[in-house]
Design a protein around this ligand. Structure first.
Ligand SMILES: Cc1cc2nc3c(=O)[nH]c(=O)nc-3n(C[C@H](O)[C@H](O)[C@H](O)COP(=O)(O)OP(=O)(O)OC[C@H]3O[C@@H](n4cnc5c(N)ncnc54)[C@H](O)[C@@H]3O)c2cc1C
Length: 760
């Protein structure tokens, strides 16, 4: 008892008496902390600090407040936006012939360019006061999605001016004069923008651009002024071949101190008319054969005035932060929109094709092998839509959630890659043969583009999601890093001291909570909803705690090395990502009125998310270098093993069933997919064949029965069977006519294009 008493008093003094604690605990820990920390570059620091923490913060910190999630408003289109969808977007879609655009013209037709400019498609994010449409993020996303289901080329052309680029940068940082000059011109299409960051030597490492601007005196409009002499060489720039205004990122230097004391000012963004002397718009690239404009630009010793810097001279050197803050639009709206469109198109068309296409006497959709792949398409598509809506919703809350949008960018583009692979496998030769009838090929060819742009995917998964997530979403780490970076060591120690105790308390709380939830299989966790989804909330809360604990332990054990251990950190990023995706699906299900028909899709996504979380943890523990710690951690979190399983087969079959018959459920789940008018249109033809085949089911069954009973011939072409059935009185003349039409459509729908010798 005496010893225990002494121990308790010692601990109380050590932890409770600030000068003693600071001297004996916080100071040595702070020293070690500073030592193991990698020095942060300025660009890394800015990237870490930019943007907002949102729902990702709840998930990372181990205690998601589900009520809060469900209280975020359901994103929806305004009346104006819906009217634009119904009128302008539908008109545009009817004007697009993607085969002609991509394979023949290699450009959008003139009348489409004109329509896009005239109707403000390039000005969706520009406020109405400047002549733009002033649309919300969810509208921007829905419009781009719907266009992408028809033509990737048109969608990319529309999405780029509405994404990271001159428009977005001007609205956030432009001077009044810049806004008043440029925004109306961008809104009515007099000017077409592009934004040039990437060059031959700087792709993923965009902060390392070699392009320079030097502050100097020069002549502008006949007068000598202080300005910038620019040299740049950029590639891969979307819209550059047709751009009239170039947004340019470069590193600014002031060797003669014309602006102040700082010689190396840093990354800066300027807006330059492409007609300005010295600006060269170079050759056009040909990205995966897609027809949207993409190319190079360069300039040598081009002199511009200082007030062409976006935001004016005050914003010199603040370009990197501006870019990182605005990245959310591209990552959180545009690329998710493209990915979701892929899902809607693939779900609708694959469902139709696998019904229309018959082999071995059955629709191929009846074979379980095909169902497995088709369920993946349908299941993932539901997840894509849920994530698209939730992420755009965050941006509509006027947030710039860097981690969430990186998750959306990476996972949604990867999901669309999986979906297209499956859709190709199911369509087989029908998807391979290029021609006007092929509605999948251009999407498939375009997938690597989405994977590459706005932060190539490997980098996004390995560095951004967890790297940024760990510092931004953690309740203490960013503040601890800032304390360590404090040039006043005493003040830094004081800040750190306050954080350390709370951090230790946080980690201990997580440890006990993980053990308890593991032992009880989260049975006592609270769920905000009753019914079939309750168990998922409980498990997700449990896995959120597990992530908080594992992230803390890894940062403690590996320190700055964790940044280089990308294979490990990416797995923790995967856990965070799947928690986010699962949350999005649960919210989507609730926001849409808990429809019974959605349940197989919800189960699919939640079971998949938990299985992927389990897989990521398993890989993490198997490879964590401190073996004893890994074993203890795994036992603590999963005392009875990792029990999560991929979606069960019966759930997959229910998904296939829902998407294989016409009706409101299929329409709702694939609402972004454009179906062209008439049988001449590739999607219109497939849809019509599918519907007529469904309508003909009773007669087809009667014919099959008659064949089995030997009343009419077996194993003959369908047209002959129909005629024999008519003659035998099994179907009426009117029904026979409809059946012949259905059969003609069916055959057309399974046909592919072919070309005469020399035609290609
Ligand atoms: C069609 C198209 C349109 C584009 N439009 C524009 C535009 O309008 N404006 C513009 O400025 N740019 C544009 N880009 C450029 C785009 O943003 C870059 O391609 C992208 O940043 C990747 O650069 P990179 O292609 O040079 O790949 P690299 O940087 O060479 O990367 C190669 C691979 O290495 C990986 N990698 C690199 N570093 C790491 C790391 N630390 N950890 C893990 N993996 C890593 C990458 O993920 C990638 O898989 C466009 C590109 C394309 C293809």
């Amino acid at each position: 008892m005496t010893l225990l008493l002494i121990l308790v008093i010692t601990l109380a003094v050590l932890l409770g008496v600030t000068p003693i604690r600071r001297a004996l605990i916080s100071a040595p820990v702070f020293k070690v902390f500073k030592k193991i920390l990698p020095p942060l570059s300025e660009t890394e620091q800015q990237a870490m600090e930019a943007g907002d923490v949102w729902w990702d913060g709840d998930l990372f910190q181990g205690k998601p407040d589900w009520q809060k999630l469900h209280h975020y408003p359901k994103p929806r289109l305004s009346e104006d936006e819906q009217a634009f969808m119904d009128e302008q977007v539908e008109t545009l879609l009817a004007m697009l012939d993607d085969y002609d655009i991509v394979q023949k013209k290699r450009d959008l037709p003139e009348k489409v360019w004109d329509y896009l400019k005239q109707e403000g498609f390039f000005a969706m994010i520009i406020p109405k006061s400047y002549g733009g449409r002033g649309f919300s993020a969810i509208a921007n996303s829905t419009i781009v999605s719907r266009i992408a289901s028809r033509s990737l080329t048109a969608a990319v052309t529309v999405m780029v001016p509405n994404s990271l680029g001159p428009g977005e940068l001007l609205m956030h940082y432009g001077t009044d004069q810049q806004k008043e000059y440029w925004l109306p011109r961008l809104a009515d299409g007099r000017d077409v923008p592009c934004f040039a960051l990437t060059g031959p030597e700087a792709g993923s490492d965009a902060g390392g651009i070699p392009d320079t601007g030097v502050i100097c005196r020069g002549e502008f409009e006949g007068e000598e002024v202080v300005g910038i002499r620019l040299n740049w060489d950029k590639r891969y720039i979307t819209l550059s071949p047709v751009a009239t205004v170039l947004g340019l990122a470069f590193k600014l230097f002031d060797p003669d101190g014309l602006l102040g004391d700082k010689k190396d000012i840093g990354i800066t963004c300027a807006l330059i008319p492409t007609t300005h002397p010295g600006v060269e718009i170079g050759d056009r690239h040909f990205p995966m054969g897609m027809a949207f404009m993409n190319g190079t630009t360069y300039g040598k010793d081009v002199f511009i005035p200082l007030d062409w810097i976006i935001g004016g001279p005050d914003y010199a050197g603040r370009g990197w932060r501006m870019l990182v803050e605005c990245l959310s639009a591209g990552r959180g709206i545009s690329l998710p929109a493209l990915a979701t469109a892929t899902g809607h198109l693939a779900s609708r068309m694959t469902g139709a094709y696998s019904y229309v296409r018959q082999q071995f006497g059955l629709s191929i959709g009846k074979f379980e092998g095909v169902q497995e792949a088709f369920a993946r398409i349908g299941g993932l598509t539901y997840g894509l839509e849920a994530m698209r809506v939730m992420t755009a919703g965050a941006i509509d809350l006027k947030l710039s959630p860097g981690v969430v949008t990186a998750i959306a960018k990476y996972h949604m583009t990867e999901m669309s890659r999986t979906i297209l692979n499956d859709a190709f496998d199911i369509h087989a030769g029908r998807a391979i043969q290029l021609g006007p009838k092929n509605y999948l090929a251009h999407g498939y060819m375009g997938v690597p583009i989405s994977i590459t742009v706005e932060g190539a995917n490997i980098l996004t998964r390995n560095l951004m999601i967890f790297g940024q997530g760990a510092t931004r979403c953690h309740p203490y780490v960013l503040a601890e890093l800032q304390a360590a970076a404090n040039p006043d060591a005493n003040e830094g120690l004081q800040q750190f001291d306050g954080l350390l105790l709370r951090h230790v308390g946080f980690a201990l709380g997580n440890t006990f909570s993980c053990l308890w939830q593991g032992l009880t299989a989260a049975a006592f966790n609270k769920s905000p909803m009753a019914g079939e989804t309750a168990r998922y909330y409980k498990q997700l809360s449990r896995m959120s705690r597990a992530l908080a604990l594992t992230a803390d332990i890894s940062m403690l054990m590996l320190g700055g090395d964790l940044k280089r251990k990308e294979m490990l950190s990416a797995r923790l990023g995967d856990v965070l990502s799947h928690l986010y995706m699962a949350s999005a699906v649960l919210k989507f299900y609730e926001d849409n009125g808990r429809q019974q028909a959605d349940l197989p899709f919800v189960h699919y996504n939640l079971q998949r998310a938990l299985a992927e979380i389990g897989r990521a943890f398993d890989g993490f523990f198997a490879n964590f270098p401190a073996r004893a710690v890994a074993v203890v951690l795994k036992r603590l979190i999963f005392p009875f093993g990792i029990g999560y399983k991929m979606p069960a087969d019966d759930i997959c079959m229910e998904i296939c069933d829902a998407l294989s018959k016409p009706g409101v459920i299929r329409d709702r789940l694939t609402h972004l997919c454009y179906i062209g008018e008439g049988e001449q249109d590739p999607t219109g033809l497939m849809e019509q064949a599918f519907i007529e085949m469904h309508q003909a089911q009773p007669q087809l069954k009667a014919i099959l029965l008659a064949q089995r009973d030997g009343k009419i011939s077996r194993k003959v072409p369908m047209d002959q069977a129909i005629s024999e059935a008519e003659a035998a009185g099994i179907v009426t003349a009117e029904q026979a006519e409809q059946l012949h039409h259905m059969n003609k459509l069916r055959f057309e729908a399974i046909s592919v294009d072919s070309f005469k010798s020399g035609e290609l």
